[in-house]
Design a protein around this ligand. Structure first.
Ligand SMILES: *[C@@H]1O[C@H](CO)[C@@H](O)[C@H](O)[C@H]1NC(C)=O
Ligand SMILES: *[C@@H]1O[C@H](CO)[C@@H](O)[C@H](O)[C@H]1NC(C)=O
Length: 277
């Protein structure tokens, strides 16, 4: 057929009485010489339209199924665990009241043992094992100083998922505000004040970088609140968040727990990086 593909649409339009379409030749042909031809064309166009609709539906379905992953794919895809942890996104309500109780926060006053235990559950995660290909994916050079597990411990490189490091940092900064409750922190602060502050400064700076990296543009509004003269920010708003549960589950399932009392030890003669921090 010499007819352009678009004429199929014209034919449908005509059959539906659309006067804008003027496919004279097609109309003539269908009416005089080959009465069934117009019908066949109409049928063909219907089939093509159906196929078009089906492929569109399929495309939308695939896009929808992938959309959960798309956000993380753009930023986290170089992580070797990216494909291994379900990238689920769920609605979460942020609660920002100045005074409220949660498992991560005592209602009023210093952290209770239960609250500290809740923090430990999301921060007490051992490192995991990485292979050569994982380092390649992260574009990290295989340096002589990169720490490996011994063959007895299963080999591979030592790695750690960032979110647990960042949570550790929040925990450290928060615990410092109640330092009178933590003798072990007081001890380090007294004996190595520079190291102690370097640790907390590092934590604040890492969290700053991550917050700027993620650049949360959700909005807070303000309310008038009894007894407060100024507009009071309302920190309660709903978000779409990465589901943390599968991340924690993966980390716990893959943590490399060495035999009690043993640590990854430095072998003599190994190449060492020149700087300490
Ligand atoms: C990988 O690292 C090298 C050297 O640090 C750098 O030149 C290159 O641009 C990096 N590639 C990617 C894809 O990040
Ligand atoms: C903040 O906003 C939420 C939801 O709109 C509302 O329920 C709550 O009362 C507000 N809090 C304050 C302190 O205004």
């Amino acid at each position: 057929m010499e007819k352009p593909y678009s004429s199929e649409y014209t034919q449908i339009d005509q059959s539906e009485g659309d006067t804008l379409s003027t496919d004279d030749e097609g109309l003539l042909t269908s009416q005089t010489q080959r009465p069934s031809w117009g019908h066949r064309k109409w049928l063909l166009s219907q089939v093509l339209l159906l196929l078009l609709n089906l492929s569109l539906a399929l495309y939308l379905l695939i896009t929808f199924a992938r959309s959960n992953k798309t956000c993380a794919r753009r930023v986290d895809q170089n992580s070797p665990v990216f494909d291994k942890i379900p990238q689920e996104y769920i609605p979460i309500q942020f609660v920002g009241n100045f005074i409220h109780h949660s498992q991560y926060r005592s209602l009023d006053g210093p952290p209770s043992p239960e609250v500290l235990a809740a923090w430990d559950r999301i921060t007490d995660v051992a490192p995991l094992r990485l292979g050569e290909e994982d380092l390649d994916r992260m574009n990290i050079s295989h340096r002589a100083s990169t720490v490996k597990y011994s063959e007895a411990d299963g080999g591979g490189y030592m790695g750690y998922i960032e979110v647990f490091h960042q949570l550790h940092c929040v925990k450290m900064l928060w615990k410092h505000t109640y330092i009178e409750q933590f003798p072990e922190l007081q001890k380090i602060l007294k004996s190595k004040p520079k190291v102690y502050h370097a640790h907390l400064d590092h934590c604040a700076d890492v969290l700053r970088q991550n917050l700027m990296c993620t650049g949360d543009v959700n909005i807070m509004t303000y309310n008038w609140v009894k007894g407060v003269k100024k507009p009071w920010p309302n920190f309660t708003n709903s978000r779409t968040c990465k589901n943390f549960a599968p991340v924690l589950q993966y980390a716990l399932e893959h943590e490399v727990v060495l035999k009690q009392g043993t640590q990854v030890t430095k072998t003599s003669g190994i190449y060492e990086e020149p700087t300490m921090f």
